[in-house]
Ligand binder design. Structure first.
Ligand code: ADP
Ligand code: MG
Length: 265
């Protein structure tokens, strides 16, 4: 059985991509994992060490969406072959990469039949081959993110313990609830994860308490991801924190979160 997990927040910079990379990379040591980059800014692709120049002759998530937008009568065999041809085997995970080209589909996507469920259909051809599929999209609930939420089993919400993070959390939950009702009734919340945390600052502490007070009915991961230079440096080397700084406290925190994710049904 495959579990599909996506990240979502209203604003950028909360640690969606970083968390997707570091949780999926840890889990991939023991499980079959695929990650899908749904962001035209392609940070996930870059973080796993795949450069845009390498992708010029490769099929990417753009080609999958384009095929589905462009074909009314889908040839399942052809689509399955296309989806498989997009998968890159990196040293850590299998990756369906993204490029800036994906942005060209923003205007075309709404005109496709069943436009919020295209990814769901595409992933059905590889789902049996993986135990976990992680989906990372751009901030702000664009249609690619809707596609992710339409086929995810759960959504993980990274949050910074500050005023913007708390405001964002207040906005993100009603949106997820609405999309759950309309598109994917079995979507659950994997949990809220504090990222980029500065334990010594009063501000971070008090906003963390506020989140526990206001959102205590939702699962909040006990491990907290500290703000560390090693976490922000790791993408430059195309590595997760588990490869770049395996003995760091940030790697340990992400490992704990990943263990917890694996313990969830
Ligand atoms: N724990 C952390 N410590 C230091 N920098 C971090 C940490 N988590 C994320 N970052 C940095 O913050 C920025 C935004 O993170 P990112 O994961 O790209 O956010 P999002 O995908 O939500 O836009 C990136 O430059 C990333 O390297
Ligand atoms: Mg991102």
């Amino acid at each position: 059985m495959c579990k599909v997990i996506c990240t979502a927040t209203c604003k950028g910079g909360d640690g969606k991509t970083t968390s997707t990379v570091n949780i999926s990379a840890y889990i991939s040591k023991r499980k079959k994992v695929c990650v899908v980059d749904l962001d035209p800014q392609h940070s996930l692709t870059t973080h796993f060490g795949v450069r845009q120049s390498e992708l010029k002759a490769c099929k990417t998530i753009y080609d999958i969406f384009f095929y589905l937008i462009d074909h009314d009568d889908i040839d399942d065999e052809e689509l399955s072959e296309l989806v498989h041809s997009c998968v890159i085997h990196t040293s850590e995970v299998d990756l369906i990469p993204s490029t800036t080209k994906l942005a060209r589909l923003v205007k075309l996507l709404p005109s496709a039949t069943n436009c919020e469920h295209l990814l769901e259909y595409a992933l059905s051809f590889i789902k049996e081959e993986y135990e976990y599929i992680f989906l990372d999209s751009h901030s702000g609930f664009d249609l690619f993110c809707h596609n992710a939420l339409a086929c995810a089993d759960s959504v993980l919400i990274p949050v910074e313990a500050n005023i913007f993070g708390c405001e964002g959390l207040g906005e993100v939950l009603p949106i997820i609830n609405g999309l759950k009702k309309r598109m994917n009734p079995h979507l659950s919340i994997e949990g809220i994860l504090f990222t980029k945390y500065r334990a010594r600052t009063k501000n971070n502490q008090s906003f963390r308490e506020l989140v526990y007070r206001d959102f205590g009915n939702i699962h909040i991961f006990a491990p907290i991801i500290p703000e560390r230079t090693s976490v922000s440096e790791a993408p430059s080397f195309g590595m997760s924190i588990h490869e770049y700084a395996p003995n760091s406290d940030a790697a340990a925190a992400y490992a704990e979160v990943a263990e917890e994710v694996m313990s969830h049904a």
